[in-house]
Ligand binder design. Sequence first.
Ligand code: BV8
Ligand code: ZN
Length: 245
Amino acid sequence: MTHAPSFRLKPTTHVLVLTGAGISAESGIATFRGVAGMWENEPLQAVASPQGFASDPLRVWRFYSERRTSAAPCHPNAGHLALVALEAKLGERFLLVTQNVDGLHYKAGSERMIELHGNLFTSRCSSCDRAPFEDTNVYRDELPHCGECNRFLRPHIVWFGEALDPSHLNAVTDFMERASQHDFIFLAVGTSGSVWPAAGFVGLGRQAGARTVLVNADPAENRGSFDDFVQGKAGEILPTLFGGP
Ligand code: BV8
Ligand code: ZN
């Protein structure tokens, strides 16, 4: 493991963290480059998309049920916990946005955290505007129906081709706006930088004057967009990455 440089925190340092599947790898959750590309001989986009759900909702529910079953017993690792400690130190000078739907940041105790792509253990109605609700059930043989309008339930997940919640994107840009007036670090952890619009956050951070840092097991697609690249495991690097007050 390369020895991570430690970035000195100043009393006004603002830190925005973007995490991807790599931060959960040490907790036993497969990354997309692992799961993924193929699910039952289909590209991920085929099952993680509205089109996939429209054409075969049970296949989609089997895919997400499989992930609910494998993610449920998993625990946060030292990488997740290091971000909780950083949040405690920085307070409102910290924001975590995750692409992960596994809920491990929540389990670790992160509070200033946004799940950009939804949550695996939450379902919603595919039709009416009933609020999303916690759902740990698995559906493999028959489709779940909404108790109010009887249409199909769907995972509360942002699929490929679906827009992210505008309030989440506004929270990111608002934080960057505030941070741009101070010492600002944009840290990406465990992400291949292949999915948009999250992959574009490093560019926004740079425009806002951030020092951009990538912590990843291997060079990501958008590695060249970062000022610093620290190669290695998130669980080993994050606990020692920041020094100072
Ligand atoms: C949208 C939920 C528009 C599903 C996911 C430009 C702009 C906007 C959109 C696009 C665009 N270009 C293309 C698009 C379309 C698309 C897209 O980006 N496609 C890609 C494939 C090119 N984007 C969208 O569709 C987005 N929607 O913008 O809609 C719109 C606007 C208005 C109105 C209507 C529509 C929606 C994107 C969200 C898709 N949903 N997740 C599910 O989870 O089931 S994305 C899904 O894949 C994950 O959530 C995750 O985000 C992504 C996988 O990426 P990573 O997390 O980075 O994981 P990966 O495995 O790739 O990498 C892990 C890394 O960790 C590796 O590099 C590895 O080396 C490293 N690692 C491993 N172990 C460790 C480690 N690192 C550290 N420590 C370790 N131990
Ligand atoms: Zn309904």
